[in-house]
Design a protein around this ligand. Structure first.
Ligand code: NAD
Ligand code: TYD
Length: 355
């Protein structure tokens, strides 16, 4: 169908926010290819599940037959590649799936996209885009006085997760340079917002604090991240897709650099106000310093001048307003939380935070 886009990993945190925003603000058809790993959740897309513009296909990006069938049947004008294993701590405990999905899966998707794109009529070939969604973690770690990462910063990944994303970014670059596939790559900072799986810092802290459980902070809690509200990221992706220059990469960030301790204390303070009768108040009494993550990157910061200057995108949400909306969302979605924190989640928490 003309104007259809193919989204991979659309049942995850950012992918589902992207699809919901796309359907409401753009409204052209979306095919969502997702394997439904522990991180994929069709509940996130419940409100559009019977919308005729949206179709879900359960499948693996590494499965060449599934991917080539989707290209042949739906003739998408663009691919937005979100599918990935995305949690650093899991990549440390078991890197295999990260290499399989993030590296080999991206390679398979690129190969099938190339085969499809090469056979398109000229006018459609010109318009086709392959947008690869990546991370600031590929650039490695900054010292306290270092300048923020820009698009020319050399890659220096430190975790199996960031190394697998860096490898995928290199493949995407090579497919543009070698074959002319019209690719775009975005490198974004830490996202937060609705539908984030509660293994990541912000939703984990909201859930634990509101249920009287310890708030685990790795090391000294002074590691710095740049935080971006997920819907701002989704808007940035739409700008890059619509107006980005092919073959280019764009940094995306929130201009909101904060250390982990500050993040946790902010969440605790908002919960003190919203839930004064919780088991443990003030919630900050639940803060517990735990063993540091191996190879823990000290600081990420993003220079976003390129996307601001060239595409006119800038984040709308401040951290203060975004975190409040996020906390409220988690407090109002107990059913969603109950579902995602069943068996497999409990197993991860029990193993990872043991001792
Ligand atoms: P997520 O873990 O919440 O979701 C990943 C989705 O991909 C899930 O729905 C999962 O089922 C699906 N998936 C995994 N393996 C698959 C496979 N082999 N085939 C098909 N589907 C598969 O991740 P997220 O936080 O939404 O991140 C999405 C993308 O954005 C990732 O590529 C990630 O590297 C990147 N990114 C994330 C952040 C962040 O802060 N979360 C920041 C920058 C970039
Ligand atoms: P995370 O949400 O896992 O994102 P990333 O590792 O991709 O940046 O972690 C954000 C920061 O929070 C990171 O510095 C690690 C830290 N962190 C904790 O201190 N405790 C935790 O339980 C988790 C999950 C993360």
């Amino acid at each position: 169908m003309e104007d259809t886009i193919l989204v991979t990993g659309g049942a995850g945190f950012i992918g589902s926010n992207f699809i919901l925003q796309w359907i409401s603000e753009v409204g052209t058809p979306v095919i969502n290819l997702d394997k439904l790993t522990y991180a994929g959740n069709l509940r996130n897309l419940e409100q559009i599940s019977s919308d005729r513009r949206y179709q879900f296909v359960q499948g693996d990006v590494i499965d060449r037959h599934v991917v080539s069938d989707l290209f042949r049947l739906h003739r998408p004008r663009a691919v937005l590649h979100f599918a990935a294993e995305s949690h650093v701590d899991r990549s440390i405990r078991g890197p295999d799936d990260f290499i399989r999905t993030n590296v080999n899966g991206t390679f398979c998707l690129l190969e099938e996209a190339r085969a499809y794109w090469m056979n398109l009529p000229e006018s459609e070939r010109q318009k086709f885009r392959f947008l690869h969604v990546s991370t600031d973690e590929v650039y490695g770690s900054l010292g306290p006085a270092d300048a923020a990462f820009n698009e020319e910063t050399g890659y220096a990944p430190n975790s199996p997760y960031s190394a697998s994303k860096a490898a995928a970014d290199h493949l995407v670059r090579a497919y543009y340079q070698t074959y002319g596939l019209p690719t775009l790559t975005t490198n974004c900072s830490n996202n937060y917002g609705p539908y984030q799986f509660p293994e990541k810092l912000i939703p984990l802290v909201i859930l634990n604090a509101s249920t009287g459980k310890p708030l685990p902070i790795y090391g000294d809690g002074r590691n710095l991240r740049d935080w971006l509200f997920v819907l701002d990221h989704c808007e940035a992706l739409r700008s890059v897709l619509a107006r980005g220059t092919v073959g280019q990469t764009y940094n995306i960030g929130g201009g909101s650099e904060k250390c982990n301790l500050e993040i946790v204390e902010t969440i605790c303070a908002i919960l003190d106000e919203l839930r004064p009768h919780d088991q443990v108040v003030p919630h900050r009494n639940l803060i517990t310093f735990v063993k540091d993550r191996p190879g823990h990157d000290r600081r990420y910061a993003m220079n976003i001048c390129k996307i601001e200057r060239e595409l006119g995108w800038t984040p709308r949400e401040s951290f203060e307003s975004g975190i409040r909306k996020t906390i409220q969302w988690y407090l109002e979605h107990e059913e969603w939380i109950r579902e995602v924190t069943s068996g497999a989640y409990r197993q991860w928490i029990a193993t990872h935070y043991a001792g």
